[in-house]
Design a protein around this ligand. Structure first.
Ligand SMILES: [Zn+2]
Length: 137
């Protein structure tokens, strides 16, 4: 794949949020739930340069916190639910939303770093020399 075939930032971010390689969109970005693969299995793009660290967790906490706290306040002020009903709805919803959002958000952050050529992505995304094969007679 040549440098001209690289995706736009929007395409890379959508691919990352879909847990796919931001470069080719076909390979998997993760080898486990939150473990980013070292390289793409299809285009061999390196992902080991990512430094997502705690950023995905902070973003997920902000999203889930707004949804759950907003829901709790809305239910409490409008219906005055008993505590057992709050706990039986909001605790599982918090767990489900958190686990469901962590991987796409981390994929988005890794794709953002890849798209902005942050950290080691700047050097790893340089065009590579094509290996020369010598025919053997
Ligand atoms: Zn790829």
């Amino acid at each position: 794949m040549t440098a001209a075939a690289e995706p736009t930032m929007t395409t890379a971010l959508v691919r990352g949020a879909s847990c796919k390689c931001p470069k080719c969109g076909e390979g998997r970005l993760f080898r486990k739930y939150l473990k980013v693969a070292d390289t793409c299995e299809v285009c061999h793009e390196e992902f080991s340069h990512h430094r997502a660290d705690d950023m995905p967790a902070y973003i997920v906490m902000s999203i889930v916190g707004h949804i759950v706290v907003g829901g709790v306040l809305w239910a409490e002020f409008n219906y005055a639910w008993p505590a057992w009903l709050h706990l039986s709805i909001w605790l599982p919803l918090t767990v489900i939303l958190t686990l469901g959002l962590l991987q796409p958000v981390k994929g988005f952050i890794v794709a953002l770093q890849w798209g902005l050529k942050m950290h080691g992505f700047a050097t790893s995304r340089q065009p590579r020399a094509v290996p020369v094969t010598v025919p053997v007679n």
